[in-house]
Design a protein around this ligand. Structure first.
Ligand code: ADP
Length: 411
């Protein structure tokens, strides 16, 4: 029964006036919620919709009055990209009820009543009772289709522009390099000095365009990838030979290690007629993309380290293959480490001001590693060097060999 009618019936004047005040408050509250441009939905602890504003009605395709009392999961159907349902353990609404914390997700899609998909930003906040238990939640849903389309346009523009500009820059770089080659051109020392500076800036520009192009592709999922089963131990050992030259060129030592973990069943193989035991680290990834990540992390280690050693190590356990690159460089302040893998983020200190870079390398590394369901992170202490890690899901040796056997030959 409506509480206002109930109080009026009892004829208690004081209570009746309280009821009127309450009704006024409720109406005022409803008027405010109704004018909000974002969709606002109140959901009780049984997951039923208690209130829905008109904006949420337009977004979902449900009349607010029809939606009230219905299980919210039948009305607000959000999915991951391409209609992939969210696993129950990651359902934002459930997370708010179980953790009591707000949840934000800007990368979801709302499935409307007539099966249209719209990009949304979702924010769910808990309403708690005095004991701190969540008794309801407030969902704020914003249609971000336009923003997403604009982002896509921006990414397309960056991609096209960087692609177009990279070509003439590569030509300039080529000619400058010819001009600097003693066998091809004769130049005096002053001209050499100017050309060397021009060459170095052009090289930097070329790298910037390349990084911009790769990061734009990584963002909209156009990064080319030809994944296959790859044994990363042997692969990285080969890669390390090229990297050693880079490190030694700057007077730094370089060590490659392949660690066996006792929890892993090491495989015996016959190599060169000699019986050796060495762990095999199979993963499913495009080896060229993994080379890009390792080279990027290694180049950074060399770039930011003045003296000491760079270690490239491959290790793992039953679940993951882990690769890390450790340096004896300046280290990274703890307040910067959570942001390092974001686009354009560079630590602001004297070293980065003098050492060139785009702040895109680690962002690209993260995007590549995430492509293969891996994780990438850094551990560092100021003054004590940095270690960049990445993990990739490991494929059991037997399964890997079967997968390789069943892969059709490409040529
Ligand atoms: P950049 O082109 O600036 O090197 P990255 O995305 O590769 O861009 O790296 C982001 C920032 O992280 C760098 O600007 C630098 O401040 C910091 N950084 C990366 N690797 C190291 C390292 N091995 N030692 C110290 N700082 C590092």
């Amino acid at each position: 029964m409506n509480p206002f009618i109930f109080l009026h019936k009892r004829g208690n004047l004081k209570e009746a006036s309280l009821a009127v005040t309450l009704r006024d408050e409720t109406q005022r509250f409803k008027a405010i919620v109704d004018t909000i441009e974002d969709g606002v939905v109140f959901v009780d602890d049984k997951q039923r919709i208690v209130l829905m504003n008109p904006a949420a009605g337009i977004l979902t395709g449900w009349k607010p009055d029809d939606a009230v009392g219905i299980d919210s999961r039948n009305v607000i159907k959000y999915t991951l990209e391409k209609g992939v349902p969210i696993p129950q353990e990651n359902d934002p609404l459930m997370q708010v009820f179980t953790t009591g914390q707000s949840v934000k997700n800007n990368n979801l899609f709302l499935l409307t009543r007539d099966n249209q998909q719209i990009s949304i930003a979702l924010n769910i906040s808990p309403l708690k009772d005095e004991a701190g238990d969540v008794i309801a939640t407030v969902l704020v849903i914003r249609d971000v289709t336009k923003e997403r389309a604009e982002e896509q346009q921006r990414a397309d523009f960056i991609s096209t522009a960087s692609h177009e500009m990279r070509t003439p820059v590569a030509a300039i770089e080529g000619y400058l390099s010819l001009a600097l080659n003693n066998k091809v051109a004769n130049i005096d020392s002053r001209a050499r000095d100017y050309l060397e500076k021009a060459y170095s800036s052009t090289k930097h520009l070329g790298e910037l365009f390349q990084d911009l192009l790769t990061s734009a592709k990584a963002e909209d999922g156009r990064l080319t990838s030809h994944p296959r089963v790859v044994e990363l131990g042997e692969f990285l050992e080969k890669v390390s030979n090229d990297l050693r030259i880079v490190a030694n060129g700057k007077g730094l030592d370089m060590e490659f290690r392949s660690n066996s973990d006792t929890s892993i069943n090491a495989t015996s193989e016959s190599l060169g007629g000699e019986k050796v035991v060495r762990p095999l680290y199979y993963a499913y990834a495009d080896p060229e993309r993994i080379r890009e990540v390792v080279t990027n992390l290694f180049d950074n280690a060399v770039k930011y380290t003045e003296q000491g050693k760079i270690t490239l190590c491959i290790t793992g356990n039953k679940q993951v293959v882990q690769c890390f690159i450790r340096d004896t460089g300046p280290g990274i302040p703890s307040e910067d480490t959570p942001h390092l893998f974001q686009k354009f983020y560079r630590v602001d200190n004297s070293a980065t001001r003098t050492i060139g870079g785009t702040g895109l390398g680690l962002f690209i590394c993260r995007k590549i590693i995430e492509l293969y369901n891996g994780q990438i992170w850094v551990e560092s202490k100021l003054g004590e060097g940095s270690t960049f890690f990445f993990n990739l899901p490991r494929i059991d040796n037997q399964k890997a060999l079967t997968m390789i056997k069943n892969t059709p030959a490409t040529d």
